[in-house]
Design a protein around this ligand. Structure first.
Ligand SMILES: [Zn+2]
Ligand SMILES: [Zn+2]
Length: 153
């Protein structure tokens, strides 16, 4: 690995494994595999918002991120219908929707911040009224998270 990337919290260069806070447009499709129903996650867009070197650096920011995104609930359950983390209305996850995800990653050795996902947790799932897929600029909550975090730091 040639390039280095600082942790948003402690500013040290991140190493393996690292944590990646992402905003995604995703949907789930249900299929049948070996006569069992399997759910497949389709990620249509993924934007890396923040990087953390370790779990404790990430945890130190969780409450601030939840405040900025106006979340009433974090780490929603993983069913096909999940209450919106902001307003509580059911989100049909088979339709494209916005989710915020914390992923535990391992570098693949390139200069890009990309790698293999070791583990991931949905931090928030939002309904289309709270955060539409399009018209992102008209939504107050979509002010870039890094700037909002810098303001309160
Ligand atoms: Zn750190
Ligand atoms: Zn909502």
């Amino acid at each position: 690995m040639n390039a280095t990337f600082p942790c948003y919290s402690c500013k040290k260069d991140i190493r393996n494994p690292y944590f990646c806070f992402e905003r995604r447009v995703e949907c789930i499709s249900a299929g049948i595999h070996n006569e069992k129903r399997v759910l497949q996650q389709n990620i249509q867009e993924c934007e890396i918002l923040l990087l953390y070197c370790c779990n404790s650096c990430w945890e130190s920011y969780q409450d601030n991120i939840a405040d900025i995104l106006c979340l009433h609930q974090t780490f929603p359950s993983s069913g096909l219908y999940t209450p919106c983390s902001r307003c509580g209305d059911p989100v049909n996850r088979m339709q494209p929707h916005i989710s915020y995800v914390i992923s535990k990653m391992e570098f693949n050795g390139s200069d890009q911040i990309s790698g293999k996902c070791l583990d991931e947790d949905h931090f928030a799932i939002l309904c289309k009224f709270c955060e539409p897929n399009e018209n992102r600029k008209t939504d107050a909550s979509s002010v870039p998270l890094r700037e909002r975090l810098a303001e309160i730091a």
